[in-house]
Ligand binder design. Structure first.
Ligand code: HEM
Length: 152
């Protein structure tokens, strides 16, 4: 096997497995923020901060891995180049356009949620920022996962 296709395969596997971790973390961070908000408890520097920060870091790592994949995989930028926007079917468009761009938007929302939470002193507002922006990010990500390809 050529070195370049081995690298591609390695990055595809990494992106595929990291997706499980990112989705589970996002789900936990949103659930934790909602329960924190509902129970009106303090935002702790231990569990609450660590969970939100760890989720932010891993989703950014996934963003970088996804960007690399988009440039080197035949399903990414090169699909747009060879087929053109009008020449792609819905499955190809999902991988090359919708999944990457909606995920970049989702990551921007998650980053906004993290930055906003730091501006507040009150636990309630911190939890609200995480719950809302991480939650919106999670919904966007879930809306554009290539499910069929992932579980194939
Ligand atoms: C948190 C964000 C993301 C999640 C959870 C995620 C998840 C996934 C999953 C589950 C797959 C299918 C993997 C498989 O077939 O086994 C995939 C494929 C892909 N993703 Fe992402 N992704 C994310 C962000 C991104 C971003 C930001 C980009 C690009 C800018 C990107 C580019 C791609 C590409 C090009 C493929 C197709 C790879 C190929 O078939 O060669 N992803 N992603």
């Amino acid at each position: 096997m050529q070195e370049s296709s081995l690298l591609l395969e390695w990055i595809q596997v990494l992106h595929s497995y990291l997706a499980y971790i990112v989705l589970v973390l996002l789900f936990l961070a949103v659930a934790n923020a909602i329960t924190g908000l509902v129970s009106n408890r303090m935002f702790t520097m231990g569990k609450d901060l660590r969970l939100s920060l760890f989720t932010l870091i891993l989703s950014h790592i996934q963003l970088v891995v996804g960007l690399i994949l988009w440039f080197i995989s035949a399903s990414g930028f090169s699909a747009i180049k060879t087929l053109g926007m009008g020449g792609m079917n819905s499955a190809a468009r999902l991988l090359a356009v919708e999944h990457p761009f909606v995920n970049i938007l989702a990551l921007a929302l998650i980053t906004i949620g993290w930055s906003r939470h730091k501006r507040f002193m009150e636990g309630k507002k911190k939890f609200k920022s995480i719950a809302l922006f991480y939650g919106l990010g999670l919904v966007l990500i879930l809306s554009r996962i290539p499910w069929a390809q992932w579980f194939n």
